[in-house]
Ligand binder design. Structure first.
Ligand code: AMP
Length: 235
């Protein structure tokens, strides 16, 4: 085990002394900071692996794979892509992971059906679900955060015009590419994504609470503080 591990032993590779893949689910509305938090945690601990379902889908759309072509329209409208498409991508990814690690699942599952499929995938890989972290952020703050969100098309780094500004406005600190606004971050689509979150993803809170796996974390305030809260929730 690496000395740099920031999470308590239960949350990563060892279970009863045997190395396994552990899964931590990051739950929260669009703009709640799942990707940003995952990025910070991974930067501090190389045994963690960030898996963003949105990134997997955007990559599939860019490469025009069969799944990407099918997913594109749903994503543009701010709707969820069919469960089977994204669940297959996640299952393939998990099956391809060789060594023990902790997966930070960001954006998956998003429906109870996906959560049930994930249970099967976890069992099939001999992995284990360590915890579900819910980032709690009020809707009006989510809308504001998404309005200021910028993404780097070159390296995938995420920014916010006021909360996480790049050193030079509009330019990625890491790779120098011009920052862009995600296609589905326009106000109309955002409204739809929030409604979809309430209708289809919020039921997961009860689903995981009933199992005793849910950890609620206030998702507002300085980013370093939120990261620290998540770390504490996982220790
Ligand atoms: P995100 O980057 O997580 O905000 O996701 C962007 C878009 O990708 C969503 O609005 C959905 O259209 C799609 N998407 C991402 N994850 C999922 C998922 N688990 N199930 C269905 N659709 C998803």
């Amino acid at each position: 085990m690496a000395d740099s591990c920031i999470l308590a032993p239960d949350f990563w590779c060892a279970k009863d002394g045997v190395a396994v893949m552990n899964v931590v689910i990051l739950l929260g509305g669009p703009g709640s900071g799942k990707g940003t938090i995952a990025g910070r945690l991974v930067a501090a601990d190389r045994t963690l692996r960030h898996v963003s379902s949105g990134d997997l889908l955007r990559d599939a759309v860019k490469r025009q794979t069969a799944a990407g072509v099918e997913a594109d329209g749903y994503m543009k409208r701010g709707e969820l892509v069919p469960d089977a498409i994204i669940a297959r991508m996640i299952a393939d990814l998990m099956a391809g992971i060789a060594g023990p690690c902790t997966l930070l699942l960001d954006g998956f599952p998003r429906t109870v059906v996906q959560a049930e499929i994930l249970d099967g995938t976890i069992a099939g890989c001999g992995a284990s679900l360590a915890a579900v972290v819910l980032l709690e952020v009020a809707d009006e703050i989510l809308v504001d955060r998404i309005a200021g969100r910028r993404a780097c098309p070159g390296c995938g780094a995420g920014y916010h015009v006021t909360n996480i500004p790049p050193r030079v406005a509009g330019i990625c600190d890491a790779c120098g590419s011009a920052l862009t606004v995600r296609k589905d971050d326009n106000p109309e689509t955002v409204k739809n994504r929030l409604a979809v979150y309430q209708a289809q993803t919020v039921p997961l809170i009860e689903f995981y609470e009933a199992r005793g796996a849910l950890r609620r974390v206030p998702g507002t305030g300085p980013i370093d503080e939120i990261v620290e809260r998540v770390r504490r929730a996982l220790s």
